[in-house]
Design a binder for this molecule. Sequence first.
Ligand code: SF4
Length: 275
Amino acid sequence: MRATIANYEMLSFNDRIAVAVSGGKDSVSLLHILAKMERTRSKASFTAFTIDEGIKGYRDEALEIAAAECSKLGVDHHVFSFEKLFGFTLDNLIKRKRQNRDCKLTACAYCGILRRRAFNVAAREVGAEKIATAHTLDDEAQTILMNIFRGDLARLAKEKPMTDEVHPKLVRKIKPFCEIPEKESALYAYLKKVKFQAVPCPYASEALRNDFRFMLNRMEEKHPGTMFTVFNSLERLRPALNEIDENRHFAECAGCGEPSSGGLCKVCELLQQVR
Ligand code: SF4
C-alpha cells in the first residue's frame, strides 16, 4: 500500500484526510492502517466519517462498529445521514420510486448518486481536503469492466486512484487500497482481529456489480493476476483517458449550487422526481 500511495503521490506531510468508514472489513482495515501512518505526520490531521443511508436492519451495526473502532484508535468520528442531507432515507426513496413504478435503476445506482454527494459534503464539513476510500483492486477491476461494458468513456476516464483538483467544492478522493486484492484486506482484518460488519446490505444482491464480481472472481481463480491486468491496462491507457477527462466541464447546479456538469445535478434531478 505504501508503494501505491507513493506512486500516485496520494499523501503529503500536512494533509487533512477524512477516511470514509462504512464499517465493512475494507474500510475498517484502511482506517487502522492510515491512523497508524498519520500518527507519524505531526502536521497532518486525520478524521473519519460514516454515511448512514437509512437502510433498516443494516446500517445500525456498521455505525456502532465504525464508532467503536475510531474511538479505539483515538480518531474523531462523524456521522452524516441521507435523511438529514436529502430529506429521505434510502429505504423511503426506493419505496416511493417502486410505488410510483418509476424505479428505472437499481437501489445501488440511486444510493451511489447520493453517497458520492454525501461523501463530498461530509469531507467539506469536517474540513478535509482529501477523502480516503477503501476501494480494493477487486472494486477497481469491477468498475473498469462495468464502464467498458456500458461504453461510458467519461466515467472510465474520471475514475482514478487519486482524483484531480477540478472544482473548489469537489474534495479530492484517494484510494490507497486500489492495488490491494480484497482477500488481502480481509486477511489484515482477521490477523489484526479488527471488528467489522459481515452482514451484506439487503439491496446488494440487485447490483449489476455482482455479475462483474462473479465473472472476475472466476477469471481470477482460473487465471491468477486477471484483476491486476485489468487495472494495469487501464493505467497504461491513462494518458489517452486524461485527454477525455480534460474536456470535462464543471459548473454549479442551478438547484443546490454543488458542482455539476449540467444545469441540474443528478442529486437534484433524483430528489425532484421523488418529491
Ligand atoms: Fe448502497 Fe448498494 Fe452499497 Fe447497499 S450495496 S450500501 S444500496 S451501494
